[in-house]
Design a protein around this ligand. Structure first.
Ligand SMILES: Nc1nc2c(ncn2[C@@H]2O[C@H](COP(=O)(O)OP(=O)(O)OP(=O)(O)O)[C@@H](O)[C@H]2O)c(=O)[nH]1
Ligand SMILES: [Mg+2]
Length: 193
């Protein structure tokens, strides 16, 4: 997909702030610092549209990006960041849950995991949560550039087995450094629009 225009529409914390209209939405979920915002930037060929950081917890709101008036990407704050208070975590949970479970425009969730590591308990919980609510899921195993090619298959197998990936849920090896997997990811996303 050749993206011409991509721009932030709004940073929302509650439904009243979500964009109006009927553009289909694809949400990005995953552990804090896993590379959600980097994924968005790479998919859009933009360096820093979605703000990234080497420190976890950069994205704190639901950030809606309009892509050529065809779809919205929704950057979701990451989970599993230890240095937030219980109260903050509860508010976070409520905000994400409200969005993921009530948004008619939401067509699929891209769940991003780090291909180098076995998915965490939080990753498994998120996957189960998404499936429980009947959402379509695309798994992106990112940071492929950080492990040698010879180890990719072994790591993908661990991701698949740990998440207990359901038949039909696509898993795509990706890198925001090299753009590996970008076309495959776009095809997967387009199949849900
Ligand atoms: N080598 C490599 N580094 C990556 C890749 N994707 C992300 N990173 C790095 O990982 C760090 C976190 O990336 P972000 O995109 O900000 O992660 P995030 O999931 O949006 O994080 P939060 O907003 O805090 O939840 C940054 O330092 C990125 O440069 C990748 O595919 N390869
Ligand atoms: Mg982010």
């Amino acid at each position: 997909m050749k993206v011409k225009n991509a721009e932030i529409v709004i940073s929302a914390v509650k439904p009243a702030q979500y964009p109006v209209g009927h553009l289909p939405e694809i949400a990005l979920a995953g552990r804090s610092n896993v590379g959600k915002s980097s994924f968005i930037n790479k998919m859009l060929n933009r360096k820093n549209l979605a703000r990234t950081s080497s420190k976890p917890g950069k994205t704190q709101t639901l950030n809606f990006y309009n892509i050529d008036d065809i779809l919205h990407f929704v950057d979701v704050p990451g989970y599993g960041y230890a240095r937030v208070s219980k109260t903050e975590r509860a508010a976070w949970g409520k905000m994400i849950e409200t969005y993921l479970t009530n948004r008619e425009q939401l067509k699929a969730v891209v769940l991003i995991v780090d291909v180098r590591h076995k998915p965490t308990q939080d990753d498994v919980m998120m996957y189960d949560f998404l499936k429980h609510f009947g959402l379509s899921v695309i798994i992106i195993a990112t940071k492929a550039d950080k492990i040698p090619k010879g180890k990719w298959q072994k790591h993908l197998k661990i991701v698949k087995e740990t998440l207990e990936l359901e038949e039909g849920d696509e898993m795509i090896l990706f890198s925001s450094e090299t753009a590996q997997g970008k076309d495959t990811a776009w095809n997967a996303i387009k199949s849900f629009l």
